[in-house]
Design a protein around this ligand. Sequence first.
Ligand SMILES: O=C(O)CCC(=O)C(=O)O
Ligand SMILES: [Fe+2]
Length: 370
Amino acid sequence: MSTTTTTTTAAATEGAPLTLRLAYDQEIHDEYKYSAYLPVYDNETRFPPLQPFEFNDRGLVADKEKPNLLSKSNPNLKVAKLTPVIGTEIRGLQLSQLSNLQKDELALLIAERGVVVFRDQDFKDVGAEKQKEFGRYFGPLHVHPVGAHVKDNLELHNIYLGPDNEYRNRKRDNRLTTTGYHSDVSYERQPPGITILTLLSVPPTGGDTAWESQTAAYTRLSPPIRALLEGLRAEHSGFPQAQGAERDGLFVRRDPVRTEHPIVRIHPATGQKALFVNPGFTKRIVGLRDEESEALLKLLFRHITHGQDFQVRVRWEEGTVALWDNRVTTHTAISDYNVHNPQEGVRHGFRITTLAERPGGVAGLESVWE
Ligand SMILES: O=C(O)CCC(=O)C(=O)O
Ligand SMILES: [Fe+2]
């Protein structure tokens, strides 16, 4: 937990006091432009289970050529593939100014490229309401069951690592590396699709993020293994995360769930098949003996984490916003900087997470739960 865990009370909208736990030390942030976005925990507001909803992928209605987003008449536009397989970088377009047609095309581009990195954005300065509104265009916003968030904005999931809060690293204290590939909250019945990460404070070097293409990972497998996996579901569990949070004295705002998702899912907008297991949340393959499940998951996790030729590592800059499709990628933070060295800095940002469809697999295989 953070070195300072002040409990304070702030006025809630209805006038009732709200217990808010500050997960940072105010003294070292006096001059900080984005202090309103520092991590806090609302230790009171409970959420019921997520309810099913009808999802309409914006990418489905987009023009595949993307004439609005990648307009030839924009002289400032620079679009570059970061690798042949995954990742595109865009300069010369402001997310905050996109039309609905452009957002539809962006949804498709993110699905096709896995992650799209926008540079020199004013998105961090448009305010929480506009930031949330932008996210809602793609799907309902997810509230994380245990994570720190931005004050008064539970939908803005906080990303913070500094000398006053090393919680993210401490959880990995006994590990050889900080990397941990995952697909965000994949245990949800309708797990996230488009996910938007904005950094407000970027270390001068280090703190990159890496993404892996689950579409490419699937394609690389041999036909017999693909055929085997296409008929199977795997269990994704939110229980270890909730139990870990409870053990660390954090408030669990929504009860954990576990869901069985198809191991191979089909993206509704691209029609492409992608692996949908990840080392973060996938626990076992349903219907297999324990040793079989362990061996197969070990193979898949090794495949996902080792395939540098279908991964991309992105260096953050001031003003960078990264948007990825959580259905067809996994990602990891790379916490390689020393938070106690003032030269190496503080890393801070927020994530907006939009929910998508109930995963659909091959031959009508669907997600199921108890
Ligand atoms: O901090 C990062 O680079 C990524 C953190 C993460 O896993 C997320 O925002 O979902
Ligand atoms: Fe994540």
